[in-house]
Write a protein that binds this ligand. Structure first.
Ligand SMILES: CC(C)(COP(=O)(O)OP(=O)(O)OC[C@H]1O[C@@H](n2cnc3c(N)ncnc32)[C@H](O)[C@@H]1OP(=O)(O)O)[C@@H](O)C(=O)NCCC(=O)NCCS
Length: 156
């Protein structure tokens, strides 16, 4: 597996990975309606995704031309914005490696902290990597309410 910087050309492959990730890996924590609303919210914002891929710091984990997972850093917001892993690649350290690369870059950029809006599914992952819950949040999407937590880690 290798980590590669993303570009706007990756949009379709990343959205396919995102769809599978939410549909399968988040199934234990979110109802089918919640997962559909989560997916629709993102897939209906393709232009926002393309813009972020063109301007922010993204990485994809790739093996044999297949995207195993991806992550996005938005430096001006100190934000780990996306972190999604393909179901077939879960629990193999893909997200760990992606987050390590993002944090290395964040430190090189002089950032002192990182935040993320962690799904219920991802909270244990982030907690074990030094992120602490700042507040519980609920996002409204397509008539569904999706719980998540704002989590923060100091890089100092
Ligand atoms: C949360 C998520 C990103 C984690 O991805 P992942 O690649 O499975 O995570 P990792 O494999 O790096 O780590 C998961 C566990 O596998 C273990 N692991 C790490 N490397 C491993 C390896 N080489 N072999 C086996 N297990 C390993 C880790 O110990 C970790 O367990 P821990 O949290 O108790 O330490 C993934 O479940 C996901 O995409 N979920 C759905 C979408 C989502 O909720 N995204 C977050 C939005 S905020």
């Amino acid at each position: 597996m290798k980590l590669v910087r993303t570009s706007a050309d990756d949009l379709t492959a990343l959205q396919a990975c995102f769809f599978a990730s939410v549909s399968v890996l988040a199934a234990a924590d979110y109802t089918p309606e919640q997962r559909r609303a989560w997916v629709d919210l993102a897939l209906n914002n393709a232009e926002d995704w393309r813009q972020k891929l063109a301007t922010q710091f993204g990485w994809k984990a790739v093996e044999n031309e297949t995207v195993l997972g991806f992550i996005l850093l938005v430096p001006q917001d100190n934000l780990v914005d996306w972190l999604y892993v393909a179901p077939a690649a879960a629990n193999n350290g893909v997200a760990t490696q992606l987050l390590r690369e993002l944090e290395r870059t964040a430190r090189n950029l002089g950032m002192s902290q990182l935040e993320t809006h962690a799904s219920v599914t991802a909270q244990r992952f982030f907690a074990r990597r030094g992120y602490e819950v700042v507040e519980q949040q609920v996002v409204e999407a397509g008539g569904s309410h999706l719980p998540r937590a704002l989590m923060r880690k100091s890089l100092q």
